[in-house]
Structures are given as C-alpha cells and as structure tokens.
Ligand binder design. Sequence first.
Ligand code: SF4
Length: 479
Amino acid sequence: MIKDKYEKYIFPSLAEARRRIQKETEHIRYQLPDHLRGIGKDRKYFIKTYGCQGNLADSEKMAGLLEAMDFRPAEEEGAADVIILNTCAVRENAENRIFGELGRIKHLKTENPDLLIVLCGCMPQEEVVVARVLEKYPHVDIVFGTHNLYRLGEYIYDAYFSKEKVVRVYSMEGKIVEGVPVRRAHAQKAWVNIMYGCDEFCSYCIVPYTRGKERSRDYRDIIAEVRDLAEKGYQEVTLLGQNVNAYGKDFPDASYTFADLLSDLRQIAIPRIRFVTAHPRDLDLRTIEVMATRGNIMPHIHLPVQSGSDRILKKMNRKYTRETYLELISQLRSHIPDIAITTDIIVGFPGETEEDFAQTLDLVRKADFEGAFTFIYSPRSGTPASKYVDDLPAVVKKQRLQELNKLVNEGYLKGNKRFEGKTVKVLVDGPSDKGAGMLAGYSEHDKLVNFPGDKSLIGKIIYVKIEKAYTWHLRGIIA
Ligand code: SF4
C-alpha cells in the first residue's frame, strides 16, 4: 500500500470523505501566528487557479495569507519563490492538464532550488493523486487539500525550515475559519462564501468527497463582510456555495434560510448581489419571492438541470423531475418576468438513449435558457456513476453535444436580442477585446456588453444603449 510507504504524511481517503457526521461545525477566528510574519520578505508568489468560483475565492484567501507574511505577487511564474497550483477535480482532462503543468514547471526548480511548488485544492483530496505526485513528481514540496487552506503559512514555514516535503490532506471537513486575510483580485466585484461543502451526492460528482459536508457560515459574519465590502466601494458581490439553497440547513434549529439571508443582504447599500450555484431541489418559493422584490438582487439565475430525462435524472441522483424543474422555471418567470435563466447540461451520461437525449432537447426548448455550460459526461473514479456501464460511442456523445450546443446558442442569441434598442445598466469591468477604445462589462441580466468609452469609467455602473445583439455579447453606446 502506497499509504504505508509514506506513513509520515497525512493521506486522504475518498471512502472516509463520504461519511457524514452530524456534529456541529466549529467556527474559529484566524490570527496569523507571529512566527510567520516576515517570512515572505523579498520573496514572491504566483498562484494558478483552475475550476470554479470557489477555487477563485480560495486563491484570494491564499494570496491574502501570503501577503500578510510579506510575500508579494510575481508577474509570472519564473519570477516566483512559491508557485501554487489550486486545482479542480471535476473533470479528468482538467486533472491531466494539471499533471502536465506540474511536469512543465519542474525546470524552474533547477533554476531556483529554493522555489516551493505547492499543489492544493480539490485534486489532492483523491488518494490516487497524492500517490501519483509522491511517486512521479518529487519536485512538489507541499500538498494539501480543501479543508486546511488557512494553514498554508505553517506549511510554507515547515517546508523552508525542515527542508522536508509537507503532505497534509484531511478527508473530513474542518472548521469554518473566519478572518482569513483576503487579497481580492477585482476592485469592484467580490466573492463571498456563504457555505462550504455539498451533501447532494449527485452520482457523477466528486465534490461532496473533495469539499466535505455542507457547512454554513454564520449569517452575521456574511452580513458583516458584505457591509464592509459596500463601505469599501465594491459594486457587486457574488454569494458562493455548491448549493446556496441549502444554506442554513446545517444550523441546529435550521430556522434561518437562504431566503432570509438574501432578504437581509438586500438591505445593504451594495448595488448588485448575485449568487451561484442554485439547486433545483432546494430552490423554494420564498427565495423566488425575495428575488422578485429586486432592489440589488440581480435578475439572473444559474439553475443547473443536467438532463431533461427523468430516467437519467434519477440515475444522476438529482432528486427532482423534469416536471418539477419546469414548474420552477414557470414560478421564476411569473414572479420575475424578465429574468435570465442559464443552466448546466451533461450529455452522454451512462445509459443515455436517443429518447433521453430528445427529452433534454425538449426541456431546453421549453425552459428558454439564455445560456448553458454543456459537457460530455466525464467519469470520476470513486463516484457511483463511474461504475455504471458506459457503452455509448464517443462519436455519438460528440454529435449530441454539437446538436445541443446549436440549440443552446440559439438561446444565447434570443436572450441577447431582447435587449436590442433598450438601455441597460452595465458595471464596467475593463478594456474590451473588441478593439482599442472599447470597454466591456456586464448588465444586470449578466450579459456581456461592449461599447466605446473612456477607461475612467472602469468600476462604475453606467447606462448603455444596446444597438446590436450577437450570440455571445451585446454592443452599444453610452446612453
Ligand atoms: S449539487 Fe451535485 S453537482 Fe453540485 S456540487 Fe453537489 S454533488 Fe456536485
């Protein structure tokens, strides 16, 4: 057993990570230990982030921790003294890319023997990954997972002073740690975690194993964070959770829900509030009603459906039917008539027949999505679906994806067309890739808008008259 060979390290176990213990989550406040201060003086860090918004938010915390230790950001990896790969385990090809990356940066270690290479995030939560890293990538100095990010400083300290490899991957979720320093990547938009982990166990998904059980932050901490962001001039917050609609379900009395949180945050003078990801099983009428009161809650929802076939939804363990999903869409539209709805869809799930796929296409037409992330099913070792017989030829899966994308793209265009001739509010992100003198930003409905304008507008919310809609963006002029 490889674990026995490396017994001095803390190894993960996916089997253990599946267990759910009904103990209350401990909440603690982070304080940077004194011995870590100054370690980063004259040293630089470089973080490469893969995967979802949760990882982007984690990387901002790691950057905050490093800067509290006096590290400074490096412009490029070759100039860094610490390189961190914050990884994603959702798809196998993403994992392969990250292994490729680990091989590619090996030479930097020869050029700078003091360089620390860190692998963290979701991938190390899989024991096969840690074993492969130890056997094939000896130049990796630090490996840790998703539950102990706040201890990054200690691991760097240990690696520098003990000159030994540090491998600390815990299978069970840890505490909720408040007060970890954050270096936000964007000056106007902020991620705000409201909860961690996932208890849904969709049969194809590795996240409940890599991120642990659902743990909600105390709503007073979330409100304080959003208030602080508003005072600092942030224009937009995006509330993050694998299933934000399950927020508060793990509280001992479960009396404060996501709808309550949205309603409380709505009172704060921050111009825009968004959230990802919603789950059709837990999205309730109260949440829709709070969204319908508008104010600073943006008229967009990303509501992953994954399949339009009840048979496949059951195999996916999604715990809703196409009928209940479509009912939710109709409730959303009756309460918020102009809402933009986007989704995620997997094609080629094991056992998906032509009829199942036809049901998906039919649901896409009925739901009138204005966008979708579409994927071919990718088996993840350790999940129930990875044991299902998957005999659909790759070429058929590709054809289905193409057919689906054609329909989805029509939805993108139709969703954009409805804004032609209208004036929309745009939060200006920065220069556009559409040419010199062009700016880009997002409308309230989360549409990408390009328009000519001066850079002094970056960070502001302005009115733009839409002249032309394209599939992937809108083009307009300042109103
Ligand atoms: S809701 Fe399902 S797909 Fe989303 S993170 Fe949880 S298990 Fe994965």
